[in-house]
Write a protein that binds this ligand. Structure first.
Ligand SMILES: [Zn+2]
Length: 375
């Protein structure tokens, strides 16, 4: 099976010039506002560690794509209608106002903390069925919505997260009108860990889910293919009970101790109308190109069986062997094969940037994957 993916797509998609093939790289959608989010640091097992989801990531990918001839398209502003179809309004409103609320409190003076970070999580185990009240303190409210200590909110977080949603929606607009067959949304911060009413894993608003919902509203059966190294628990949660949106993911096995830890297992298949519309292919730590590309091929087969009419790709680049955030060992060849398999679906496709944290290779990995979509 490993050989089947090599060379698929590509040549049939190129326009012939008089003397040689003319390759047109896939365009990408950009907003300067995605740079406004500066997490400053993360808190992992109680310790402050340097933030990994830094603005420079987006710069690197943008520069690599520009150098390779990808056209840059500006993100257009969209209202909140589709966003509020995938996220509950109180969480969205809290995210919009959280940083200002935090700045009004004593946290910077008391402990030098300028970022919103929870210290208590009012889980069902805490409330144990008793009546629940929304906490008064900003440092307690944070844990209502944020489920980890890795996803801090600062002064530009809302602006960036909301701009990333506009990038995804602009890309969806372009493919749904037929203006473009495939468009890449250079979203930052990433989104696939954001659930209907919760956020974490460096994600705030679920850009891929918003794009899928937008395409779905045009009457299309939509498949989300998540190739980030980590399971997209947020996207799975959003579409868990829906039969019109498929979610398929290839990721490091949470059962082997990896984020998001509690979901992303092979026996999760959806519920109610969505039963059978979720497919997880977890891989063992250390898995490389062969296992990775076979898994992507299996998800693509399922997309075809689902009779999808449009695809949203959660494009994480952190499965790379050099990436510090996952134990997978995918190389350039694996990412190239991934891009060709996704392009060979030959469906209108929105690619949404998710993770990827090895700065020296981030731009080239994006370019390598997107090359499969060059027309
Ligand atoms: Zn990831």
């Amino acid at each position: 099976m490993a050989g089947a993916w090599q060379g698929r797509g590509g040549s049939a998609r190129r326009r012939r010039g008089c003397c040689h093939d003319v390759v047109v790289p896939i365009p990408f959608v950009w907003s300067d506002a995605v740079l406004a989010h500066e997490p400053m640091h993360e808190v992992w097992v109680g310790k402050e560690t340097p933030g990994t989801e830094v603005p420079y990531r987006a710069h690197l990918i943008r520069d690599a794509l520009a150098d390779a001839g990808h056209a840059e398209l500006p993100a257009a502003a969209h209202d909140d209608e589709v966003l509020l179809a995938v996220h509950e309004a109180p969480m969205v409103e809290w995210l919009r106002t959280a940083s200002a609320g935090w700045a009004a409190g004593p946290y910077e003076d008391l402990v030098g903390q300028t970022r919103v970070v929870p210290y208590v999580f009012p889980t069902p185990m805490m409330t144990a069925g008793m009546p629940w009240r929304y906490p008064a303190a900003a440092h307690a409210r944070a844990g209502v919505w944020c489920y980890d200590t890795m996803t801090l909110v600062g002064p530009g977080t809302w602006e960036a997260a909301r701009a990333a949603v506009d990038c995804a929606l602009t890309a969806a607009d372009l493919v749904v009108t037929g203006e473009r067959r495939a468009v890449y949304a250079l979203c930052r911060p990433p989104g696939h860990h954001a659930t209907p009413a919760g956020f974490g894993g460096s994600c705030y608003l679920n850009n891929a889910a918003v794009a899928a919902e937008a395409l779905s509203r045009h009457g299309l059966r939509v498949a989300v293919v998540d190739v980030d190294a980590h399971h997209g628990n947020g996207t799975q949660a959003i579409f868990w009970s829906r039969g019109d949106v498929f979610y398929g993911s290839v990721h490091v096995d949470p059962g082997a101790g990896w984020f998001p830890h509690v979901v992303g297992h092979a026996d999760e298949v959806g519920d109610a109308d969505g039963k059978g519309a979720t497919l997880n292919v977890p891989l063992a730590p250390g898995a490389g190109d062969v296992e990775w590309v076979e898994a992507v091929a299996a998800v693509c087969e399922a997309v075809l069986e689902f009779r999808a009419q449009a695809v949203v790709v959660s494009l994480g680049l952190d499965a790379a062997g050099v990436d510090p955030e996952s134990p997978l060992q995918v190389t350039d060849a694996g990412f190239g094969g991934t891009g060709r398999l996704l392009a060979a679906l030959d469906l209108p496709t929105v690619l949404v940037q998710e993770g990827g944290y090895h700065l020296p290779t981030l731009g080239s990995l994006a370019r390598t994957t997107l090359a499969g979509f060059d027309a």
